[in-house]
Design a protein around this ligand. Sequence first.
Ligand SMILES: NC(=O)c1ccc[n+]([C@@H]2O[C@H](COP(=O)([O-])OP(=O)(O)OC[C@H]3O[C@@H](n4cnc5c(N)ncnc54)[C@H](O)[C@@H]3O)[C@@H](O)[C@H]2O)c1
Length: 278
Amino acid sequence: MNAETVDKAKAPRGTAVITGGARGIGEASARRFAAEGRAVAILDVAREEGLALASALDGTGGSAVRFYDCDVSDAEGVDAVAARVAQELGPAGVLVTSAALIPNTESIMDMDLAAHDRMWRVNYHGTLHVCRSFGRQMIDSGGGGAIVTVGSINSLLPLPLPAYNPGKVALARLTQLLAAELGRHGVRVNGVAPTYVMTPQLQARIDAGQRDLPKMMGVHALDVLPTPDDVADAVEFLCSARARTITGIMLPVDSGWAASVSYMTYSGGVPWERPAAP
Ligand SMILES: NC(=O)c1ccc[n+]([C@@H]2O[C@H](COP(=O)([O-])OP(=O)(O)OC[C@H]3O[C@@H](n4cnc5c(N)ncnc54)[C@H](O)[C@@H]3O)[C@@H](O)[C@H]2O)c1
């Protein structure tokens, strides 16, 4: 390794590409990089929301923000969009892969196989496609880069979400493989693993009785769930010079879920009662 390689890993320049950037965690990340003054490419299938966000953010930090209609499950489509982004905004220096389908709990025996396959095509294959197209751009531009995949607490332990759960485990492994493959090009590859994030979609599921908020909170060490901005903080850190020697990790943004979920259900499943807050 030479000093130049280390330098590239230190401060990736170039466009920030955010898949699933029209909403939720992707939107919070797009806002963050636009505020930093980076050119931002929002890739999403939610055209109306993506266009509205891009036009609201365009020029706010001094750089262009553009929306690109892109279904990440379509490898050729992703390649074409990557070429347009490079031409219109400049080659990618940052990639955040937030696009995903988010399921409800179901059983493996009852799940619909077509829906299972679709989820893999978007969540896993889609991430692979964008990492290849924009990873090549980072290599070819010679400027290094930082990629952040968006995993989940599903990357860490089994949860009853067929397709989604093993898909997020596969993403954690893909993140490590890419880190090993791209490190010599000055490209760092990490992931974030959020617990339930307080997005409008989660709030809607709670309101519809599909999620039980007190039960969800009961297995976290902290009494607060992350917001999309909390996840964007972790994403921003992983893309910054402060993380210049960090690659191949899946950083939990989980309010202590991984540390406490088994702890809280010890004693044959009898939940342990936490002392009340002072
Ligand atoms: N919300 C949570 O509680 C939570 C927890 C852990 C991990 N995550 C992960 O965070 C990421 C973002 O989740 P979110 O809560 O912001 O969800 P969201 O639904 O708000 O955003 C996902 C975005 O991806 C887009 N998208 C869906 N399919 C696409 C496709 N084929 N091509 C391009 N874009 C597509 C959607 O249009 C949407 O804008 C996902 O990877 C999700 O698995 C979310």
